[in-house]
Structures are given as structure tokens and as C-alpha cells.
Design a protein around this ligand. Sequence first.
Ligand code: IMO
Ligand code: MG
Length: 430
Amino acid sequence: MANVVVVGAQWGDEGKGKIVDWLSEQADVVVRFQGGHNAGHTLVIDGETYKLSLLPSGVVRPGKLAVIGNGVVLDPQALVDEIERLSAQGVSITHDNLRIADNASLILPLHRELDALRETSGSGTKIGTTRRGIGPAYEDKVGRRAIRLMDLADLDSLPAKIERLLAHHNALRRGFGLEEFSATAIYDELAALAPRVLPYMDAVWRLLDDERRAGKRILFEGAQGALLDIDHGTYPFVTSSHTVAGQAATGCGLGPKAIGYVLGIAKAYTTRVGEGPFPTELFDETGELIGQRGREFGVVTGRKRRCGWFDAVLVRQTVRTSGIDGIALTKLDILDGFDTIKVCVGYRLDGREIDHLPASQGAQARVEPIYEEIEGWSGSTAGARSWADLPAQAIKYVRRIEELIGAPVALLSTSPERDDTILVHNPFEG
Ligand code: IMO
Ligand code: MG
């Protein structure tokens, strides 16, 4: 049996929450390995909706172990709030079902403030971030001055670590003409949070390797999408972590061979939140219609998502940068009833035709989509649970996508309800 990595194959919001929940029934352990509470994963179980940002989707199911790996940036306040929210919905979270890597870096209020400050200052590039402090926290991690979860267990050494962090941040604050941060205020806040988060702390690399050796099935839950990857995405309009499948190993301390199958999640069309290039974006009533039908508003920030046609060039590229074995195609029903559907099969760049997304920011902004038109279908695909329930044209659309992206559809999701799923190949079978 293979361990499975789930990654977004577009710009996030592909419907990963539902698929991860669907797969978690067969898993013993569910692991987050990058990102933070910028993710917004919605699960609908027996009519009850759960919205998760930081916690792995496995926590809502009894008997599953949820793990937050070292690759995640952890906002301890957001963690405590999310645990409280879920408790109010009847989900019990204890050391028995949640573990957090002792070496995970923390997001502090100063990161959130800096994130917002950069987004509003008008100088530099506006990214359209979620303003959760994700980027500044990763900067401090790579800059070797982060406060990590384990530091909350050693309060005597914490003041010196805060001083080191503030030497950097207060220099920035002075540059912005703002009041400096107080070390004692940060210390007091962290010391108060410590007893609420430390019970979950563990050496996750060891725990997961033991689980793996014991034959337990591990599901790695990616957040964001491959096109938001810090290297492989539409830089600088990306998030600050690696969102491609390779990160699943480093983001929790396992070797690359722990990964058996990579499942990419792709929507039957494309959306993006925030700034940045989007070759197939629609600015007309079709784009509006897709957005309304698909309820394309952010879980985390409530922002309206930009909508456009399926871009096979991009997904073909993420199939390669993540080594995707199969795709879970979601929200096909949103395209029900269109006379024709367009799919982007290549780009035109400065008069030439190309088959990939170029790396440069300028070129990414200039590419124009080359479309293929596919006849739509009049019947409904919503709630379909077998291929026989699908209109013939809808099947043709799915088959064409498989050809264009170079990966098979392993799962087809036809509504937010978990059982409205057509299984072609079980990812856990490798
Ligand atoms: P899920 O897991 C979609 C986007 C932001 C912004 C960029 C950088 O729900 O698919 P950040 O706050 O990470 O520094 O913002 O990344 N972004 C997402 N877009 N889905 C997400 O998560 C996202 N998380 C971040 O909109 O463009
Ligand atoms: Mg989201």
C-alpha cells in the first residue's frame, strides 16, 4: 500500500479539503507539510460543514492521527482558536490525535503586521497575500532567527531568542517610521500560549517513521497549489513555501521514498485569488457565471476569486514539477449547460507558439492562450457517482483533459458531498 501526497495542481482552492477527507477514511495518519493558516479547506460530513485552515483534515475523523510537520509555519494563537472552534462543533482534539513538530517555526503577531504593512504600503509589489504573516515567518526561518515551537518549552532561553528576532524587526520598524516592538510583550504572549500548544509537541520525524515502518498509511495534505510554489510558481506572485509534492518529505522529516503516489487536484476550470498572471482569466459574464455557480469566494479571506477556462498548459507543467500520478478532477458540474467550453492548449508569446509557462515575470504576463473549443453538454453531472451517470460529452471533456495534461483522472468529484465521487483508481493502491 502506498502513502499518498495530495497537492493542488493549480493556484489553490481546487477542492483539496473534500478529496483529502474522502481519502482520509482509508488513512491512519494525515500530515500537513507546508504553508500555514493561509489554507482554507472545507469538509462536509453528514451535512455538517467544517472549515480548517491550519489543522490537517484528518482531525475531524475519530481514530485518525493528525500531524503538523516542520515545514508548516505555526501561528500558536490561530491554532488555539481553531481547536476551540472545532471543539464547539463536537470535535475533540488532544495529544492522542494531534501532534506538532517541535522544530516548526512560529508565526507571531509581528509577522502578520509586517505582511499587512507591505501589502498596503504602496511601495514594492502587491502580492494579494492572505495577510496571515506567512511570508515574513518563512523569511525569519530561512534567516535563522525564528522562534520555534520547542522554544516555548524553554522559557529561560526565550528572551535571548526574542532579542535576536527584534534586532532585525525593530530595524525594519524604524525604517517604516513605526514604534518598536517590546520584547516583554512578545514574551508574555508566548508564555501564556505555551501551556496550550506544548501538549501537542512531538519529534514528528521519528513518530512518522515509526508509523511508516509499522505499515500505517500516511496521507500528506498539501495546501495552496503547485503554481503558488516559491520556485515553480508564478514568482513573485506566489506563497513563501514549496507547494510541490517533493516538499511532503522534507516538510515532515521523512525520506523521498516514503511517498508512493502523488494525487494532483485540479478544478475543471481555473481560479486564482490575489495578484499575478492568469492567461485564461475571463472578464465577461461567463467568468461571472462560473464564479457564482462555483461559489468562488475565499474560505480564509472572503475574497472573490478570479475565474477562467481550464488551462491544460499549466496543469501539464504541474504534473511534471510534482510528479503527479493521477488527478482528482473537481467541480465538473459547474460547467453543466454551457454550449461550448474552451480549454487552453498552448500559448502565444511575442508571435511564437509555446507549450509551457515561461519562467520570467514579464513573459508570464504577456502569454496569450490558444484555445480549443469543446462542445458542452445539456444534462447534469452534479451528484454523479458512476461514469454511466455522466453525459457523453462530459466524458469526452474529461478524456481530452487527460490527453492534454499527460495524467489520468483517478477521481472525479461531482459535488461538495463526499459520496458524490467517481473512483477510477484508488491512490493508496499506488
Ligand atoms: P488553499 O490551501 C488559494 C495565495 C494568496 C496570494 C499568495 C500569497 O485553500 O488552496 P500568502 O498569504 O500565502 O503569502 O499569499 O498565495 N494563497 C492561496 N490561494 N488558496 C490557498 O490555499 C492560498 N493560500 C495562499 O491569495 O495570492
Ligand atoms: Mg482556499
